[in-house]
Ligand binder design. Structure first.
Ligand SMILES: Cc1cc2nc3c(=O)[nH]c(=O)nc-3n(C[C@H](O)[C@H](O)[C@H](O)COP(=O)(O)OP(=O)(O)OC[C@H]3O[C@@H](n4cnc5c(N)ncnc54)[C@H](O)[C@@H]3O)c2cc1C
Length: 159
């Protein structure tokens, strides 16, 4: 890394599967030198048994620091979103159309492949204090894992 010939680390790719909310995935897919596959909200029907007949949401990263009123309001708002989604399916809309009522906190699965140079770029941007708490919640442990497994390439990135 000291020689600055970082193009050599582009030969190695790493694939990571994130279980995250849609806010996280919206931000992650902005990283253009990456490849993605994602659970489809068009073709997954969350009213089916396969999904437990409910939507799954991801608790915000800083949820525990919220007041009881804030936590209750968030849970209520997720339930309202779920109820709106199911009511649209009930009148015959497809998940394709009903998905508009799903919250950004709905759970998704995102598979992201980058070469090591690009992971350095992603992890530098997405672990700083400026990044969203839900982004940092997943990216900081990921950076620690990279530092642990390939210290030579990731040790200089500060958390
Ligand atoms: C804290 C934070 C807040 C953000 N807020 C917003 C926001 O409010 N609104 C918003 O729209 N976005 C926002 N973003 C997203 C941001 O603008 C970038 O789109 C995103 O971080 C991807 O970074 P990137 O363009 O450096 O790198 P990538 O897309 O990951 O590409 C990697 C690198 O490849 C090179 N590269 C890629 N494509 C090109 C190209 N076409 N031409 C030249 N070089 C290229 C660049 O060197 C780039 O740094 C935010 C990001 C962060 C981290």
């Amino acid at each position: 890394m000291d020689s600055k010939h970082v193009s050599t680390i582009e030969h190695v790719g790493v694939t990571v599967k994130f279980i995250c909310n849609r806010g996280f995935s919206h931000e992650a897919v902005r990283h253009r030198l990456s490849n993605f596959s994602q659970e489809s909200s068009r073709f997954c029907n969350y009213s089916k048994g396969k999904f437990g007949k409910e939507i799954t949401v991801v608790e915000p990263a800083n949820f525990d620091s919220w007041t009881q009123d804030q936590r209750t309001a968030w849970v209520t708002s997720m339930k309202v979103s779920e109820s709106n989604y199911f009511s649209l399916l009930k009148v015959g809309l497809k998940p394709d159309d009903a998905r508009g009522t799903l919250p950004i906190d709905v759970k998704t699965e995102l598979v992201m492949t980058c070469n090591l140079r690009q992971w350095r770029q992603v992890l530098k941007l997405r672990t700083t204090k400026a990044a969203h708490a839900s982004m940092r919640e997943l990216m900081i442990p990921l950076l620690k894992e990279f530092k642990n497994k390939i210290p030579l390439i990731f040790d200089d990135i500060e958390i």
